[in-house]
Write a protein that binds this ligand. Structure first.
Ligand code: ASP
Length: 439
């Protein structure tokens, strides 16, 4: 068989068909993998191949050993990839049959030759973790690495963070609050199918993130994921107003109570901004102001449900902050309406006890869209009188991260007043009718 180099444009002829694409590395010796124009990878068994023609040799990409960089062209912008983990850096472990976060940033990049045409890439492996296991200390670690990269590389155009999808939106919120006055785009990217699968969304998501960084004046933290089930476009979604609302679809991420920032057309390499209201400014006279999380801070989330018991609430007695994820407009069962609901009064007493012990209690809604309004019904007003702070239109996840961030850095009274302010685009003053999920 012909000796092929990664990135060669080839044409394969088998008994039944002729296939064109870019040759990329294969995890199996007896299979050749082609990256097709659609962005999908396709495996062809070597024994079925009759002829291989190299249509165009790969452009020589120089890998500077040990330094973790792939340089192609001095005229291209510089992007750093900081790998954290998740499905996007996972592959099937044939010994166990399970998928694990084993791919290094270097291996990931080797399979995306498109990136070399967009930017010079530096890469670093920071962690190999599934995102459901992340802790506040990981946010601190990522923020420190971002700082280092910016300091080291004066011409850095942006940073891409491959990350698990389960808590991608928690991390994007955390970094949004931590990195005040950030002067470049920081784009978190996940995928719902692991990168060793032909149907993986990772290549297109990463390429769109790079296309966006190369062309944008946006400054801040955002997420880049598939817009819909086609492979044509990705969306750039706001760091503090996005949720994962589907377990497995590739377009699982939606902006909540606001517009996405931009659409990236993968094939046309074209960016369309969907809002004028995105951050492009930073104060050159000030440095990036990074504040961190207290590693062992205890902040929790309690989802309201029918038949909730006072013990559910008292479990948080040593916590500094608690998000009550109420129902509907912002309700929590603290009132008795008849003898059958009398136990709810004990719930109220437990909340009162937490607040007296200096726990900051916030109320959000378990409805994904819309705003908490605790003034409409009497029980809601009574919750405000108890000292509960309404979470406005923030998602529960962002409210949780914001509360933990504020408690890590400010005194209690300041935490309560800052919580109500819009610090990083997490609160929309108005929600427009079309800012609702649309299938
Ligand atoms: N559990 C994985 C994670 O969040 C799922 C994924 O990456 O899509 O790390």
């Amino acid at each position: 068989m012909k000796s092929l180099n990664f990135g060669d444009h080839i044409e394969i002829t088998t008994k039944n068909q002729s296939l064109k694409g870019i040759y990329i590395n294969s995890p199996k010796k007896d299979v050749i993998i082609l990256k097709k124009n659609s962005g999908y990878n396709m495996g062809v068994n070597k024994k079925d191949i009759k002829k291989i023609k190299v249509v165009k040799k790969a452009s020589k990409a120089k890998k500077v050993k040990g330094k973790g960089s792939i340089k192609t062209n001095k005229k291209l912008p510089n992007i750093t990839i900081l790998k954290i983990g998740g499905t996007i850096v996972s592959k099937l472990d044939y010994s166990t049959g399970a998928v694990s976060a084993k791919i290094t940033a270097e291996e990931l990049l080797e399979n995306i030759p498109e990136l070399r045409k967009i930017a010079n890439i530096n890469y670093k492996d920071i962690a190999s973790i599934m995102s459901e296991s992340m802790r506040f200390s990981h946010y601190n670690l990522i923020a420190k690495e971002i700082q280092k990269e910016i300091k080291k590389n004066k011409n850095l155009k942006g940073i891409i963070i491959p990350h698990g999808t389960d808590t991608l939106h928690y991390t994007s919120s955390a970094l949004s609050f931590m990195l005040e006055n950030i002067n470049i785009p920081i784009i978190l990217v996940g995928s719902q199918r692991s990168s060793d699968r032909g149907s993986s969304d990772s290549f297109i998501n990463l390429t769109c993130a790079a296309q966006f960084i190369a062309k944008t004046d946006f400054k801040g933290v955002a997420i880049c994921m598939h817009e819909d089930i086609s492979d044509d476009t990705c969306l750039i979604l706001p760091g503090t107003k996005t949720n994962k609302i589907h377990t497995s679809r590739r377009d699982a991420f939606k902006s909540i109570n606001t517009q996405p920032i931009a659409r990236v057309d993968y094939f046309k390499n074209k960016i369309d901004f969907l809002t004028k209201n995105y951050n492009k400014f930073y104060d050159e006279s000030k440095k990036i102001n990074t504040k961190y999380f207290k590693d062992n801070l205890k902040v929790g989330i309690l989802k309201s449900h029918s038949n909730i018991h006072p013990e559910n609430i008292s479990a948080f007695k040593n916590y500094k902050g608690l998000i009550l994820e109420g129902t509907g407009l912002g309700h929590f069962p603290t009132k008795s309406f008849d003898p059958l609901s009398k136990v709810n009064e004990k719930n109220r007493k437990e909340i009162e006890r937490l607040i007296k012990k200096n726990c900051v209690v916030i109320l959000t809604s378990q409805c994904t869209y819309g705003r908490v309004n605790m003034n409409i019904y009497t029980p809601g007003r009574e919750l405000i009188e108890l000292g509960i702070v309404p979470g406005k239109d923030m998602t529960t996840e962002t409210a949780f991260i914001k509360l933990a961030f504020l408690l890590s850095n400010y005194k209690k009274e300041q935490v309560k007043s800052l919580f109500k302010e819009n610090l990083r685009g997490e609160i929309s003053e108005r929600i427009l009718p079309h800012e609702f999920v649309d299938y």
